[in-house]
Write a protein that binds this ligand. Structure first.
Ligand code: AKG
Length: 298
């Protein structure tokens, strides 16, 4: 697949200070991606400490890990996947246990006023959190690639779907695993996903890193992306860990209709779309009000 546009990082980029919210929201709507430099800077040092503490605890818990479809889960809820050849352990961290229930600073950062002004401009007045926050870590010297995918492959929604804010917790570049996005790809609709080493991903014969735009950044820089924007990040070839933290928001009336982590599970879940309901998917409200009619929809 050829690159969709000639969009550069500069076309997507804003500074958090004195942000022009309406203009930034317009860039998001057009490209399905947006970079806000320094947005999470006030929180990043504490969040990074919480993530890395969670990783150390999880590695100590590895003897108690149980096998699950996606890899192995330690009792704290960390997801491990197979490590590459030559790695010093047979399993590597993918998703840490750091989430809103475990890190006060991570939870507090989800309510950042500038982030919420922007999310409200994108999603409308009534906004809830989707999921409990997610912190992914690429371990040093070979930490996993997250292959190009649409988040909608994992959680397709009834309406617009979530807006994600992924923030770097360390300086992140082409060596340690910058996030790549395909600007404009949110307009392509739902694409076919296959099984990869990082779970659902686009067929590598159809989409490659050459089709995507890498976004390097500093700790606290944030990348917004649409649930259908193609994105991913290559392996970490540096000597240090590469953590990120992700907030996801959606319109308060929206809900998941297909949830899956493999192609077979997606195919099965596609049979039950009509049964999906909002009422058992209430996230914490961050802007506006919950409306009763939204809860009974579906
Ligand atoms: O860790 C990353 O860079 C990618 C995370 C990601 O793509 C996701 O969680 O959807």
């Amino acid at each position: 697949m050829a690159a969709v546009t000639g969009v550069t990082v500069a076309d997507l980029e804003f500074q958090a200070a004195n942000l022009d919210v309406a203009r930034a929201a317009a860039v998001y709507r057009e490209h399905g991606a947006l970079v806000v430099r320094g947005l999470m800077q006030p929180y990043v040092d504490r969040i990074r400490a919480d993530i890395m503490q969670a990783v150390d605890a999880a590695v100590a818990l590895l003897p108690q890990a149980r096998q699950i479809d996606e890899g192995w889960s330690t009792p704290d809820g960390t997801l491990f996947i197979p490590a590459p050849a030559g790695f010093h352990r047979d399993r590597q961290v993918m998703v840490s246990s750091c989430r809103y229930q475990t890190s006060a600073e991570f939870f507090r950062s989800a309510f950042d006023p500038t982030a919420l002004d922007l999310v409200e401009a994108i999603l409308g007045p009534d906004v809830e959190l989707f999921m409990n926050g997610q912190c992914l870590v690429k371990e040093p010297v070979g930490g996993h690639a997250k292959h190009l995918h649409q988040d909608a492959g994992y959680f397709e929604h009834k309406y617009e779907g979530p807006c994600a804010i992924l923030s770097y917790a360390v300086p992140t570049d082409l060596v340690n695993g910058a996030l790549y996005v395909v600007p404009g790809s949110h307009k392509l609709g739902m694409l076919r996903h296959v099984d990869t080493t990082s779970h659902l991903g686009l067929d590598p014969a159809e989409w490659s890193w050459d089709d995507a735009l890498p976004i390097c950044g500093e700790p606290g820089d944030s990348i917004f992306f649409h649930v259908k924007t193609i994105h991913g990040s290559p392996s970490n070839h540096s000597q240090g860990p590469r953590p990120v933290f992700i907030h996801r928001y959606r319109a308060a009336a929206d809900y998941v209709v297909i949830s899956a982590t493999s192609a077979a599970k997606r195919a099965a879940a596609e049979q039950h779309v009509a049964a999906a309901k909002k009422e058992n998917q209430l996230g914490f409200m961050v802007r506006g009000t919950r409306r009763w009619e939204d809860r009974t929809d579906g």
